[in-house]
Ligand binder design. Structure first.
Ligand code: NAD
Length: 513
């Protein structure tokens, strides 16, 4: 592995990393000496040391953001959109460098790293158009000579807490929409991927500076859970958009709820594909394998369960075993490899623990898992994707393990398959592979999938930015990205204007003085 990290960082303009900084500013306020280290899971090298934000840094960022909001909120939305358009162009210019850095710091394949930056570009384009479409409704008033309508205003500071597995795209999904809506942002990235976040902050800062935008519209704050907790407990941040595990979401939801703030939660999934007797099995194979091993099983939408009709179960299992045999595991920057490393050795331990628990509950592995060793796997983070035959109600199957472990479950009827698919605490993504219209429509109907995303003849992972993204139940209920997800970043105001000479009351109530 010979990634020339220094030349990538030079290209991105990243020189040093500090705790917190705002668009337009140099490195931020005073910091204590606490640091966090970022190791590449690709080769185990230490690639960044970042200072953790102290309370003083945090307060400095909040003050900058509050002051910037006063200016940013009155800039017309299409003009804010124009600045986001320029940010999209800057991402186009930096796509190769940033995509490579994502791949190196997080461990996903280069194709997926570049794809993640493409998603950022796409959401910028979407947000530019949206900046002219922040529509409110008009209503007919029941009172004469009255006009009634609703309009949408920005909220203020949007706090963005993100996970390691999409270290840059999730921020941009939130930031691009929040910005065109007139909000300012404070981003706390995952403590496992601070370097890509610093690189993004450099890219957006340049654009903001070139447009003379007030310092503090887009802010980055480095730290772990403790910094996240400062944000979730802070009444000065009206909206917290948090992406991560269900455990984190429960804590964030409770903290923000206790102060009656708004939260947008994007949490864990436990996604299944139903492979029907009417499925195109070759197509299903690609969907299933990419869904299960892509990003080494570390997508919130990764395929964790295959629910397979009994008549095609054995044939499909054989196809899977053959396909897994051909997987090349190794350096994700080498485009010949299919599967890269897990994020760190803790994730490897969780993978091993889940395999053990699955076996203890009676799971039968048809493709065994193991940790890879040797020269090419020196980081200790490379594992073999594995497959087990299980029952849906195994405790371990009900739990999201963020690793390439695929569970096979057999079914007889579609009703049973849908019940199995829905029979987990999470509700993010789901899919059915079938060429039968009745089956497809039943799966998509109100008695079908209970997930936020339900696909036909597409796997569970790989959503487009145009649709609203998110899931139900323990996935948190939030929606980001496309459709009308922008409304979460704004407050609705209903306005009634009386242009008559009297003051009639609603519901015909009489009140004469
Ligand atoms: P994580 O929950 O460990 O951490 C996510 C972020 O939350 C980090 O920035 C972390 O510092 C912060 N955090 C943790 N506890 C906190 C607390 N109590 N208060 C405030 N902040 C806190 O998750 P991870 O390991 O980085 O990411 C993997 C998880 O994220 C998986 O469960 C995956 O399914 C989920 N995920 C969901 C989506 C989605 O859109 N639904 C997208 C990506 C990842």
């Amino acid at each position: 592995m010979n990634t020339d990290i220094q030349s990538i960082l030079n290209k991105l303009g990243v020189k040093e990393s500090n705790a917190a900084f705002s668009t337009g500013s140099n490195w931020g306020g005073e910091s204590n000496q606490e640091i966090l280290k970022s190791f590449s899971p690709v080769d185990g090298k230490l690639i960044a040391i970042a200072k953790v934000a102290a309370v003083a840094d945090y307060e400095d960022i909040i003050a900058k953001a509050q002051s910037a909001f006063k200016e940013w909120r009155v800039i017309p939305a299409p003009k804010r959109g124009e600045i986001v358009r320029q940010f999209g162009d800057a991402l186009r210019e930096n796509k190769d460098a940033l995509g490579t850095l994502v791949s190196y710091e997080m461990g996903k394949s280069l194709q997926e790293g570049l794809g993640e930056v493409q998603e950022m570009i796409d959401i910028c384009d979407f947000a530019v158009g949206l900046s002219r479409q922040l529509y409110g409704l008009t209503m007919h008033s029941e009172r004469p000579s009255h006009r009634m309508y609703e309009q949408w205003h920005p909220l203020g500071i949007v706090g963005i807490i993100s996970a390691f597995n999409f270290p840059v795209a999730v921020w941009s999904w939130n930031a691009a929409l929040a910005l065109i809506c007139g909000n300012v942002c404070i981003w706390k990235p995952s403590e496992k991927t601070p370097l890509t976040a610093v690189a993004c902050q450099h890219i957006i800062s340049k654009v903001f500076k070139a447009n003379d935008v007030a310092e503090g519209v887009c802010n980055l704050i480095i730290g772990d859970k403790a910094v996240g907790e400062l944000m979730t407990n802070d009444g000065r941040i009206p909206l917290i958009s948090a992406t991560g595990s269900t455990r984190m979401g429960k804590a964030v939801g409770a903290a923000v709820g206790a102060r009656l703030g708004k939260s947008l939660l994007e949490l864990g999934g436990n996604n299944a594909i139903i492979i029907s007797e009417h499925a195109d099995l070759d197509m299903s194979l690609i969907g299933a394998v990419f869904g299960a091993v892509g990003t080494a099983g570390q997508r919130c939408t990764s395929t964790r369960r295959l629910i397979i009709h009994e008549s095609v179960y054995d044939a499909f299992k054989e196809k899977l075993i053959k396909a897994y045999d051909q997987l090349r595991i190794g350096d994700p920057l080498d485009q010949n490899n299919h599967v890269g490393p897990l994020i760190d050795t803790d994730a490897v331990a969780a993978y091993l623990d889940s395999i053990q628990k699955c076996k203890a509950e009676g799971g039968k592995f048809v493709v065994e898992g193991s940790v890879l060793t040797g020269e090419h796997y020196s980081s200790g983070c490379y594992v073999k994707p594995c497959i087990a035959e299980v029952k849906n109600d195994f405790k371990i199957v009900q739990h999201e393990t963020f690793a390439p472990i695929l569970y096979l479950i057999k079914y007889k009827t579609l009703d049973e398959a849908i019940a199995l698919q829905n029979g987990v605490p999470q509700g993010l993504s789901s899919a059915i592979m079938t060429l039968n219209l009745r089956e497809a429509e039943q799966f998509l109907s109100a008695k079908g999938s209970d997930c936020g995303i339900a696909n036909v003849n597409i796997g569970t992972s790989g959503a487009e930015i145009g649709g609203a993204f998110g899931g139900e139940k323990e996935t948190g209920g939030g929606r980001e990205s496309g459709s009308d997800a922008w409304r979460a970043y704004m407050r609705r105001q209903t306005n009634t204007i009386n242009y008559s000479n009297t003051l009639p009351l609603a519901q015909g109530i009489k009140f004469d003085l």
